[in-house]
Write a protein that binds this ligand. Structure first.
Ligand SMILES: *Cc1c(COP(=O)(O)O)cnc(C)c1O
Length: 374
C-alpha cells in the first residue's frame, strides 16, 4: 500500500515541451526548473528535457550547480543573478549566464573584472588554479513588475558599462510580466511597449515571456521564452489548459488506510469541525500537511477514489485526511486515492482550496515518494 507518492511522466513533460515550441516556433527555450523543478524533481526533469532545451533557468546557484554536476554541459541561466562575491566567482568559473538587475551586481562584476586584469598583468592568473571565463549577462529591465530590474532610462548606462567589462562576453535583455494572465488588461501591452522602447537601440537578444506570455502574448515571444509551470501541463492561472493540448505531468496519489462506518450526528477529526448529516463511510487517506497537502483545504475539496470525486471532511491532519465515501461505497483499505493529476485537475483542487497551482506543487515535502514513468 503506497503512501503519498508523486508520479511524474517523462512523456508528458516532453509532449508539453514540444507543444510550447509550437506556440513559440521562432524562439529559443529556457526551461525554468527553479525550486526543484517546481517541486517535481530537478534531476528527472532536466534529464528528460536536456536534449530539447536551449537553456535551463534557475533562481539559486545551488540549483545551477546541481544541473551542471549531473552532467549537463549546456547553458544555465541564473534568473536573479549572483547574490554575493563568492557566487559571482562560481558563476564565472562554471560559465553560468547571469542576470544583472541592480547596480550592486554591476559594481561587483566590474570590481572582480578589475582584479582579474591586475592579476593578469602581473602574470598571477597563469598560476591560478581557478579559471574565470567571460560570461553572458542578461540585463534585467523593470517594465512594470517593480520587483527586480533597472529603469528603462538606465539601460544605456548599464549597457555601456557591461560592454566595457572584460568578464562580459555578451549581453541580452530580459524583463518579466506581472499581469500576463489577464488577457483583457492593457497592462501587458504597456509592458511590451516599454520593453521595446528600452531595447530598441540595441541588436542583442531579448526575452520577456514566461508561461502566460507564451500562451497569450505571441507578440512578446522574441528570441527566448522561459516556460516554467506549463511544462508540467499545469495552468499558470485558474483555468485548466488541457484544451490547449497540455497533459498533466504529475499525479499525486496515496491510499486508503482505513474505511470506517460512521453514524449520523458524529464528528470527525481534530476540533470536530464537521458532523455527518447521515450514516456514511469515512475513508482515511495517508496524506496530510506533513506531505505538503494544505491544512486549510476546506470541507468539500475533491479527491478521486476509484474514479469518483469524493469530498474531504474534517480537518486535514499531518499524516492523514478523511473523506466521505458515502454509505453504499465499496472502497476498500489499500485502494488508490488521487489528490490531483490526469483525472482530477490540479486547477480544480487549487480553486477549492483557494491557492494557486504553483503553490500546491512547490510545497510538496521530501516525505512524498517520487516515482518516474517514461
Ligand atoms: C519563474 C520564472 C519563470 C517561469 O514562470 P512560469 O510562470 O512558471 O512560466 C520565467 N522567468 C522568470 C524570470 C522566472 O522567475
Amino acid at each position: 500500500m503506497k503512501p503519498a507518492t508523486a508520479t511524474i511522466s517523462g512523456s508528458a513533460l516532453r509532449h508539453n515541451f514540444q507543444l510550447i515550441k509550437s506556440f513559440a516556433p521562432d524562439s529559443k527555450v529556457c526551461a525554468v526548473v527553479k525550486a526543484n523543478a517546481y517541486g517535481q524533481s530537478i534531476g528527472f526533469v532536466t534529464k528528460t528535457l536536456e536534449d530539447m532545451v536551449d537553456a535551463f533557468g534557475v533562481a539559486r546557484i545551488k540549483e545551477a550547480l546541481e544541473i551542471q554536476e549531473s552532467g549537463f554541459a549546456g547553458k544555465i541561466i541564473l534568473l536573479e543573478g549572483f547574490f554575493d562575491r563568492e557566487e559571482l566567482l562560481k558563476t564565472l568559473s562554471r560559465r553560468f549566464d547571469t542576470v544583472v538587475h541592480c547596480i550592486e551586481q554591476l559594481e561587483l562584476l566590474e570590481q572582480v573584472a578589475q582584479e582579474w586584469l591586475n592579476e593578469k598583468e602581473k602574470g598571477f592568473w597563469q598560476r591560478k588554479t581557478k579559471i574565470y571565463f567571460p560570461i553572458t549577462v542578461w540585463l534585467k529591465i523593470d517594465t512594470g513588475m517593480h520587483r527586480l530590474g533597472i529603469d528603462p532610462e538606465q539601460v544605456e548606462l548599464f549597457y555601456q558599462r557591461l560592454k566595457h567589462c572584460v568578464l562580459v562576453k555578451e549581453i541580452k535583455f530580459i524583463s518579466h510580466f506581472s499581469r500576463a494572465d489577464e488577457i483583457e488588461s492593457d497592462y501587458t501591452e504597456k509592458q511590451i511597449k516599454m520593453f521595446e522602447q528600452a531595447v530598441q537601440p540595441y541588436s542583442e537578444e531579448r526575452s520577456l515571456s514566461a508561461s502566460n506570455g507564451i500562451l497569450y502574448w505571441p507578440q512578446a515571444h522574441y528570441d527566448w521564452v522561459r516556460p516554467g509551470i506549463i511544462m508540467h501541463g499545469i495552468s499558470p492561472h485558474q483555468q485548466p489548459i488541457s484544451d490547449l493540448g497540455f497533459q498533466p505531468a504529475i499525479t499525486l496519489s496515496s491510499s486508503l488506510i482505513a474505511v470506517r462506518n460512521h453514524k449520523a450526528g458524529e464528528p470527525v477529526g481534530y476540533g470536530a469541525g464537521w458532523v455527518s448529516p447521515r450514516d456514511t463511510k469515512i475513508g482515511v487517506v495517508a496524506i496530510g500537511y506533513g506531505d505538503g497537502y494544505p491544512r486549510n483545504a476546506p470541507e468539500g475539496t475533491p479527491v478521486l477514489v476509484n474514479g469518483r470525486r469524493v469530498p474531504i471532511v474534517g480537518r486535514v491532519s499531518m499524516d492523514m485526511m478523511t473523506v466521505d465515501l458515502g454509505l453504499d461505497s465499496q472502497d476498500k483499505v489499500g485502494d488508490e486515492v488521487i489528490l490531483w493529476g490526469r483525472d482530477l485537475l490540479i486547477e480544480d483542487v487549487a480553486k477549492a482550496i483557494g491557492v494557486i497551482n504553483y503553490e500546491l506543487i512547490t510545497k510538496l515535502t521530501p516525505r512524498v515518494i517520487t516515482e518516474y514513468t517514461t
